[in-house]
Ligand binder design. Structure first.
Ligand code: RIB
Ligand code: CA
Length: 319
């Protein structure tokens, strides 16, 4: 057995965040050391409850750690049209059996990176508020973290939240600016890539062949999410953005990358949160991120389906 990659998953659960949590639990290559939460798809308190309830469906004990509720400067901005009023679409999970961890996400991110024997990987699939404030709390995480994988940004495609900006960056562009200019070893997987990784109703129907609260949850959560993507983008399935980012923590070969200088707009109201990759090196700034330029959607979806099926088989039950 290769050594497990210790992963902190920073989330705003959210349907695809929930799928990333399930994929982390289902993947033996990963030790999910903490699920930290911030406001985003739904308010912080709801996100914390959602993360606990999703982990309960697979009897997972990873701590769920509340973080910062609001963006650094901009007003709160949630996505009920995308994730439903509960944040988990049409899913109706039992109330969480556990309480949130008594710590704060910023302290857990710093401690896990600075004190753990093997430097952790931070997978950030939410607005970057917790990550930015962890940097302010302890700048030395830059030297010790193994890698920071960020699902965020839209570069050569329209945004999914404004005509230019992707949700995670748009909700807290100032946090994204701090992260981009911090020196963290960043891998960025943008909406350009993840929007094309579609879980379809056919995938869900295949998963439902295994009777389990896991497959019931996936079906109920994604029924809402698929409808949203069909209505708003004309997609034939739902973009499972966050599991894509998580998979890069243990299967980086699924993607191809380019090292590039990336920045974010924080001054113009119209282009607020727009991410820019200076691929022509016009600004002559050193690369600050490894940007995913292509991704093996089919190989990832096969991995996701296999891992979800095996997870469901380990947690049988009526659907
Ligand atoms: O733009 C997609 C991202 O924003 C995903 O992480 C989704 O969960 C939302 O947080
Ligand atoms: Ca998310």
């Amino acid at each position: 057995m290769t050594t497990q990659r210790q992963v902190i998953l920073d989330t705003d659960p959210g349907i695809d965040d929930a799928l990333a949590i399930l994929l982390a639990v289902a993947s033996p290559e990963i030790e999910l050391v903490a699920v930290t939460v911030t406001g985003g798809n739904c308010p912080l308190e709801q996100g914390v409850e959602n993360a606990l309830a999703v982990l309960d469906t697979v009897d997972a004990s990873a701590p769920v750690v509340p973080g910062v509720a609001l963006p650094l400067i901009r007003p709160p901005f949630t996505a009920p049209e995308t994730h439903g009023n509960t944040g988990l679409g049409n899913a109706n999970l039992p109330a969480a059996r556990r309480n949130p961890a008594p710590d704060h996400a910023i302290d857990v991110i710093v401690r896990q990176i600075m004190e753990a024997e093997a430097p952790a990987t931070l997978v950030a699939v939410a607005p970057l508020t917790n990550v930015a404030l962890a940097l302010r709390r302890e700048p030395r995480i830059v030297e010790r973290v193994h890698e920071v994988i960020v699902m965020g940004g839209a570069f050569d495609v329209p945004g999914n939240t404004t005509p230019l900006a992707e949700f995670n960056v748009y909700v807290d562009p100032h946090a994204a600016y701090i992260v981009l200019h911090s020196g963290l070893p960043l891998t960025i997987v943008p909406w350009d890539i993840t929007s094309k990784v579609l879980l379809t109703q056919e995938h869900v129907d295949l998963l439902l062949r295994t009777s389990s609260p896991v497959t019931r949850f996936i079906a109920d959560a994604t029924s809402f999410y698929i409808d949203f993507h069909r209505q708003y983008f004309g997609y034939a399935g739902c973009s499972i953005n966050d599991p894509v980012a998580l998979a890069l923590a243990f299967q980086p070969e699924l993607a191809q990358y380019t090292d590039v200088f990336v920045d974010v707009e924080i001054d113009s109201p119209k282009s607020m949160g727009k991410t820019i990759a200076d691929v022509q090196q016009i600004w002559k700034r050193p690369a600050n991120a490894r940007l995913v330029t292509s991704f093996d959607d089919a190989a990832f979806l096969a991995l996701f389906m296999e891992r979800m099926t095996h997870l469901a088989q380990r947690h049988p039950g009526p659907v």
